[in-house]
Unconditional design. Structure first.
Length: 269
């Protein structure tokens, strides 16, 4: 009788379905995307600050750099986009999960460890792409037109999205290493030398002396030139390849740091 009961219980007990890596990533990403509307303080400044920066730059410098055939508004749109998408990540929510013990509890489940990071990055990519839309609408309203047409605009959004994702590795590495929200908030400082040692206000050819040398080794220089070529030049494949390579280089560094800190935290816990 005891054997019969044991067998019946086994046969009627539902078995958990194996999730797998892809399902784990989607699950983590879905949770992260649902949390975005609950954190407007991380999204609203990413829209307002680039719009303000763009308007101020146009008002201050447009007449100073005005030359025949040079559209300063189109020249500044990629800068505004970079300010919108750089540093936007769910790293702060990851810190809260670490502090609240949720991250450690996930570590005791069969979930794939890599999906804990990749799922958040999928949500970041969705958010970053969404943030480019208001800036592009603003550009259209002030008369900026893409020389590469609608397809060029799509490529522009894709490049912007992958740049935002590439840079997001830095705040994730800081979050996983420190578990400190203040440290994550300061991660945007990493971007300051990148952007202000790049041809933000004037073309690279107009820069001289030591600054002209420095910007040659700045990946943001080639990213800006690739994005500007889509708006102002047309299909300049050399510029696009250099820009994509620059994004890949930053991604290799930031993602390596993020994966290394993830491994250390999972091992430590």
């Amino acid at each position: 009788m005891e054997r019969f009961v044991r067998i019946s219980h086994t046969e009627n007990t539902p078995l958990a379905r194996k999730a797998g890596f892809i399902i784990d990533v989607i699950t983590v990403a879905r949770r992260a995307i649902r949390s975005i509307p609950r954190d407007p303080e991380t999204v609203v400044p990413a829209i307002l600050f680039p719009a303000f920066f763009f308007a101020v730059n146009i008002g201050m410098f447009q007449d100073l750099v005005a030359t025949p055939g040079f559209d300063f508004k189109a020249f500044q749109i990629p800068v505004a986009i970079l300010f919108a998408v750089t540093g936007i990540s769910r790293a702060m929510s990851l810190v809260l999960d670490i502090q609240g013990g949720y991250f450690n509890r996930l570590g005791m489940t069969p979930v794939t460890r890599l999906s804990l990071l990749l799922g958040l990055m999928v949500a970041d990519l969705v958010l970053v792409v969404a943030l480019t839309i208001p800036v592009l609408i603003l550009a259209t309203l002030v008369g900026v037109r893409f020389e590469t047409g609608a397809l060029g605009m799509i490529v522009f959004v894709i490049i912007s999205g992958f740049w935002g994702l590439a840079f997001a590795g830095f705040p994730y590495a800081i979050a996983l290493k420190t578990g400190n929200p203040a440290a994550v908030n300061l991660s945007f400082i990493i971007f300051m030398p990148f952007i202000f040692l790049a041809p933000v206000f004037i073309p690279r050819e107009a820069m001289t002396s030591w600054l002209g040398t420095v910007i040659m080794y700045n990946p943001v220089t080639y990213l800006l030139e690739a994005m500007r070529s889509l708006i102002m030049v047309g299909w300049d494949f050399n510029a696009l390849i250099e820009g994509i390579f620059a994004v890949a280089l930053v991604a290799l560094l930031s993602m390596s740091l993020a994966l290394w800190t993830l491994k250390n935290r999972v091992t430590r816990n």
